[in-house]
Design a binder for this molecule. Structure first.
Ligand SMILES: [Fe+2]
Ligand SMILES: [Fe+2]
Length: 289
């Protein structure tokens, strides 16, 4: 017992130290928000994004997907700013900022290169679809939290791989959920770690709580229960169609009461999956750069 506690502490210290070394989240969205509120000119908005060339290139690439460039071709950053509405512009910039953290394979979770990123964008889009259909006011928060809900895995995957045998033993022999087995062996799970990373990046409490409770929304503080519920459902649906599901997706049990809490019927699930399928196909090939 004492030995297990000691191992947990050693792993958790190493994991937290590595999370500290993640590059800061680009603050281009924070710079953009006040400009959009003031209805600044396209040129002013362009100046902010252009200043970050890597992000600007990704914004351009994503904006070219048929999902966003419905009305006209997007040839330049300026076109992208004109074509995208305010909300979409923020979403695309946020997506461009987040992608750098999801590079490489996540072997501990049995995910190949790009699979966790596809999953992240998928859950963000599904959370947006749910938010709109359920008439929530905080669709941008839902999208952002969806995008980052598994950010903890981008650090934890390496340690899950190192201790894979012990984690799987916990799941199989001790009937633990994968998430609980992570915490049991490594001293921290990907929800807790994701919440800490989002806090370090100064995201609002709503986003932090959404990430922190996406597998167990009933434990979320009351005021953030709804966002955690929506993320839970979005994550389940996207995983159920095999997008970035990973090993833990198969090993975490379903909690259908969360669907009930949100008033989501099986018919609505079909409708969401159909809407999602069209959207995701349009976006998919443009996000993998
Ligand atoms: Fe997760
Ligand atoms: Fe997930």
């Amino acid at each position: 017992m004492a030995e297990r506690k000691r191992d947990q502490r050693i792993w958790a210290d190493r994991i937290l130290a590595q999370a500290q070394r993640l590059p800061p989240f680009p603050d281009v969205v924070n710079k953009l928000m006040p400009l959009l509120r003031e209805l600044a000119s396209v040129k002013q908005i362009e100046e902010i994004i252009k200043y970050e060339p890597v992000i600007a290139a990704r914004v351009l690439a994503i904006s070219r997907s048929p999902y966003y460039a419905r009305l006209r071709r997007v040839e330049s950053l300026r076109d992208a700013i004109v074509v995208l509405g305010q909300k979409q512009l923020i979403q695309v910039v946020m997506t461009a900022c987040a992608s750098q953290y999801f590079r490489g394979s996540m072997e501990g979770y049995e995910l190949r290169e790009g699979e966790l990123w596809e999953h992240a964008v998928g859950v963000a889009l599904m959370a947006e679809i749910l938010g709109e259909r359920l008439r929530r006011q905080n669709v941008l928060t839902l999208y952002t939290a969806g995008l980052l809900h598994d950010i903890g895995k981008t650090v934890l995957h390496f340690y899950v791989k190192e201790e894979f045998e012990r984690i799987i033993t916990e799941v199989k022999h001790n009937k633990k959920r994968f998430l609980d087995a992570e915490r049991e062996v490594l001293g921290i799970d990907h929800e807790q770690l994701g919440g800490l990373i989002a806090k370090k990046w100064n995201f609002p409490d709503s986003v932090i709580s959404g990430i922190r409770f996406h597998h167990e929304p009933r434990r979320a503080p009351d005021r953030y229960r709804d966002i955690a519920n929506i993320l839970y459902v979005a994550n389940r649906m996207v995983s159920s169609i095999g997008i970035g599901c990973g090993i833990d997706g198969f090993l975490n049990p379903n909690r259908d009461e969360v669907f009930n809490d949100l008033g989501i019927t099986s018919r609505m699930v079909e409708e969401f999956l159909a809407t999602f399928g069209d959207t995701f196909l349009e976006v998919k090939q443009f996000i993998l750069n």
